[in-house]
Design a protein around this ligand. Structure first.
Ligand code: S3P
Length: 448
């Protein structure tokens, strides 16, 4: 079977990836290991730094985002071993003991680093912190965490009425509260639970729909008292807590697996097994949606890895059908909507994505960018304020596209390129390293 021609051109740090599939398309086969879960990686570094004793982390994502988290916590006194092996060690310094950093903390491109860290900084008494991020992060809304933190008594300042980074934080003792979040956001929930760790009493967050629950699980594993009420859709932490270093095993990231699951479903004659994928039920919306679309997915070897469920997932080519993606499945598939839009462009009939306005404030405006880039490849796609309408089934055409420096857009476009006619250029493809440093070499080995 002929392989696609994949070339890279660099202009300084910027990479243009060109993918030219052979006539007749590519086929993907084999078994693939994916990088560690990004959300769990951030949390393991943060809780490790706040705990007493040593935390060992196996399978940590060695991408740019966790590197930003590690750099911030090192600057505040945590000893974190080099992130260049699959086993990372964190010497915790104990809750309340973060040192005042002498420089500006830089969260890079990572919303999770900045938002979760704000809860920790705001509750660190008598310390002053300044925090910033890259161009994308400095344009992302921080009011969603700053406003509730201020209700707890936090002192935070920033641009545009305290809503945008760079931010300044004067840590102090906070008051507990019950916060009813208007959005289902694990970053908002986790920020407040982390602020609650050092706050006397119960800090509780009620969500409109359940977002990923990795913080609740890991806080419990580290020894905090966490109460979860599925009927109310709430999570609460009792402070002050004491955290003890743990052994954390990070499962593979289902958000990274999603690229191969869609590729295996849409590329002809494919049969792939994606190994060791985290299948926490708050993250498996992508599997439900793909099954709804008629994808042939099988879960094999289901098991538990230190408090998180994992499985190997087999995918085989099938004819996908359009479907509706809306409501409670959206927070459970929030990061997979760009690659699901690619699946929709290859499916027969119409796919309607609704209730997904949150995508406009991710690393890029993912609704606008997927609409423009897939339209450029010939897809029939209409943008709505809170979603997309995709009429699939016509062959995509190779074209010149841009990631807008968004990792998930870069990889979604690379998968679209595999089933397009002619070459597709993906500008600023280096963004993939945020969550998937080996994406391109892995793509090359799976095409056979
Ligand atoms: C994340 C939560 C989600 C997700 C992000 C990671 C987390 O963001 O999109 O990639 O680790 O808590 P929101 O909480 O803003 O939806």
């Amino acid at each position: 079977m002929p392989k696609p021609i994949i070339t890279s051109q660099f202009n300084g740090p910027q990479q243009t990836l060109t993918i030219t599939p052979p006539d007749g398309g590519v086929r993907l086969r084999g078994r693939v290991q994916i990088p560690g879960d990004k959300s769990i990686s951030h949390r393991s570094l943060m809780l490790g730094a706040l705990a007493e004793g040593t935390t060992t982390i196996e399978g940590l994502l060695l991408g740019e985002d966790p590197r930003s988290t590690a750099a911030c916590f090192r600057a505040m006194g945590a000893e974190i071993s080099k992130l260049n092996t699959e086993q990372v060690t964190v010497q915790g310094i104990g809750l309340g003991n973060l040192q005042e950093p002498t420089g500006v903390l830089n969260a890079g491109n990572s919303g999770t680093t900045l938002r979760l860290m704000l809860g920790i900084l705001a509750s660190h008494q008598n310390r002053y912190f300044t925090v910033t991020g890259d161009d994308s992060l400095r344009s992302r809304p921080m009011g969603r965490v700053i406003n509730p933190l201020k209700e707890m008594g936090a002192e935070i300042w920033g641009r545009e009425g305290n809503t945008l980074a760079p931010l300044a934080v004067q840590g102090r003792s906070l008051n507990p509260m019950t916060y009813r979040s208007p959005i289902a956001s694990a970053q908002v929930k986790s920020c407040l639970l982390l602020a609650g760790l050092m706050t006397e009493g119960e800090t509780k967050v009620i969500e409109p729909a359940l977002s990923r629950d990795h913080s609740e699980r890991m806080l419990q594993a580290f020894g905090a008292t966490v109460k979860v009420d599925p009927d109310e859709i709430s999570a609460a932490v009792m402070g002050p807590a004491k955290l003890t270093g743990q052994r954390v095993i990070v499962p593979g990231d289902i958000s990274s697996a999603a690229f191969w699951l869609v590729a295996g479903a849409i590329a002809p004659d494919s049969d792939l097994v994606v190994e060791n994928v985290g299948i926490n039920p708050t993250r498996t919306g992508v599997l439900e949606v793909l099954r709804d679309m008629g994808a042939d997915l099988t879960l094999e070897n289901e098991r538990d890895a230190a408090g998180e469920p994992v499985a190997d997932i087999r995918v085989r080519t099938s004819q996908l059908q359009g479907c509706e993606i809306s409501g409670a499945v959206i927070p459970r598939s929030i990061d997979e909507i760009p690659i699901l839009a690619v699946a929709a462009a290859c499916a027969k009939g119409k796919t309607v994505i609704r209730d997904a306005a949150e995508l406009r404030v991710k690393e890029s405006d993912r609704l606008a960018v997927m609409a423009s880039e897939l339209s450029g490849m010939g897809a029939s796609i209409t943008e709505h304020p809170d979603g997309l309408e995709v009429v699939g089934g016509s062959l995509l055409q190779g074209s010149s596209t841009d990631s807008y420096t968004d990792h998930r857009i870069a990889m979604s476009l690379a998968i679209a390129a595999l089933v397009a006619k002619g070459p597709t250029e993906i500008h600023r493809a280096e963004a993939a390293a945020i969550s998937y440093p080996n994406f391109v070499p892995t793509l090359e080995t799976l095409c056979r």
